[in-house]
Design a protein. Structure first.
Length: 429
């Protein structure tokens, strides 16, 4: 299993290109199931999760080609991929595939809308809390879908198609919003989705669906209205920049010090995180093509943070920000409100010398003078990159084990950091 070796102490200076967003690419790829025409997606990041979803979609009959070729290039750069679901050959998403990635459960939306039936295994994915699917089920039921759960599978049937209707989420869910929106595109009538997730990835998906002929308004706000249409066509759409990757590198610069231009991204995707970083002492300046991040030698200020659905501080940056606060000139409090078990990085940060106490959903982080390199273990996607950030400022050598988590969500991480002067290398085994 690959490991990553980092020698801390170098500042970061240079340019980091930001990739297309994993969390936008996945639902966009799934949307290809809604039409027998070709959906072309540009700026698809080259990540393990994307490759896994390609396999899952292939199981349903989705054909794909990368820049006109059948084989994926293996250089690790974002690509243009054409997806064509001419015929859906299977409406079952089996456990073996869905258990590897939670987002693959989302195929239930397009499958039920286009085929009137879907049988999808209950999901797996990152071990960060129970992550149930009740909101998906209640939402689909409100649109006339009959659902039962049997043997670990969700069996959904809509013999007369998706019906118009209204559903208010009792809790904001990104995935359930994606699914309801996709299912509603082919509804008989109009669907109103209230208390919808407002994440930029939801807006990006709606934009793509509209380019395919859907009639969606309000995406990005709390209420989304979808007027059902008879069928969707192909389209060409660009995956938006990855705001989590953007925030992660901004935090890496704040941690290590230096001067980096984050390119091909936009500050509007992560205002709350950038404001937090400014409060911690980083200099953040949005430009036309990205974000300029600097921090000189001065110490970091402690800042309290609570995660929230967009436009709040993203849970996917919580671990990285905690890494940063381990070196602050005082005590900060970090509260996780989205997932119940998203503090697995705490133990590993402690191995590097961090002083963190957990009480319920709040971590109290007392800044220390210096972290020291050690062997650590990546436990989920965002936790693993928080260890990389901590290691950049730790004295000596850190080895991060189980880096397959990183490969799920960060394109060419070692290369991007090395080019800015960090000592980061992959140890293959
Ligand atoms: C997506 C992101 C993930 C991010 C999360 C929150 C992708 C591929 N993943 O995950 O990186 O951390 O949004 O911003 O885009 N919930 C229920 N019942 C449900 C569905 C969800 O109780 O049926 C709960 C979850 O357990 C969690 C909360 O709702 O506590 C938010 O989860 P949700 O927004 O659905 O996360 P994902 O879409 O899985």
């Amino acid at each position: 299993m690959d490991r990553i070796r980092i020698v801390g102490g170098e500042s970061l200076n240079g340019v980091i290109p930001i990739s297309g967003a994993k969390n936008a690419a996945l639902p966009l790829m799934i949307a290809s199931l809604l039409t027998d025409d070709t959906l072309t997606l540009e700026n698809v990041p080259h990540l393990a999760d994307v490759e896994q979803l390609i396999r899952i979609l292939g199981n349903h009959g989705v054909d794909y080609s990368v820049n006109g070729r059948r084989q994926a290039q293996d250089r690790g750069y974002s690509r243009t991929i054409h997806f064509t679901a001419r015929d859906i050959v299977d409406t079952t998403a089996p456990y073996e595939l869905v258990s590897k990635m939670r987002a693959s459960f989302w195929v239930i939306g397009p499958l039920i809308a286009r085929m009137g039936e879907a049988r999808v295994s209950l999901p797996g994915g990152c071990a960060i809390g129970t992550r149930p699917v009740d909101l998906f089920i209640d939402g689909l039921k409100a649109l006339g879908v009959e659902i039962d759960i049997d043997g670990g599978y969700v069996n959904a049937r809509a013999p007369k198609g998706i019906q118009g209707g209204s559903y208010e989420f009792p809790k904001v869910s990104v995935g359930a919003t994606h699914v309801l929106m996709m299912a509603a595109t082919l509804a008989n009538g109009t669907v109103e989705i209230r208390n919808a997730a407002r994440e930029p990835e939801v807006e990006n998906l709606a934009k793509c669906l509209n380019a395919m002929g859907a009639r969606i308004s309000g995406a990005g706000s709390e209420t989304i209205i979808v007027e059902g249409v008879g069928s969707l066509s192909g389209a060409r759409h660009r995956v938006l920049p990855d705001r989590i990757e953007t925030g992660t590198y901004a935090m890496a610069v704040a941690m290590a010090g230096g001067d980096v231009m984050l390119e091909d991204t936009s500050a509007s995707l992560l205002e709350s995180a950038l404001d937090t970083l400014r409060a911690a002492g980083a200099e953040i300046n949005p430009t036309n093509s990205g974000i300029h991040v600097r921090r000189n030698g001065s110490g970091l200020e402690p800042v309290d943070v609570s995660t929230d659905p967009f436009p709040g501080f993203p849970t996917d940056l919580q671990a990285q920000f905690m890494a940063l606060m381990t070196r602050a000139k005082g005590t900060s409090h970090i509260t996780e409100t989205i997932f119940e078990n998203r503090f697995m990085h705490v133990q590993e940060l402690a191995r590097l010398g961090a002083d963190i106490a957990l009480s319920g959903q709040t971590a109290t982080v007392r800044g220390v003078e210096q972290l020291k390199g050690a062997q650590v273990m990546a436990t989920d996607l965002r936790a693993s990159v928080s260890l990389v950030i901590a290691a950049l400022a730790a004295e000596g050598e850190t080895v991060v084990n189980r880096v397959y988590h990183l490969d799920r969500g960060f394109e060419r991480l070692e290369e991007k950091l090395t080019r800015c002067g960090a000592t980061v290398e992959r140890l293959s085994s």
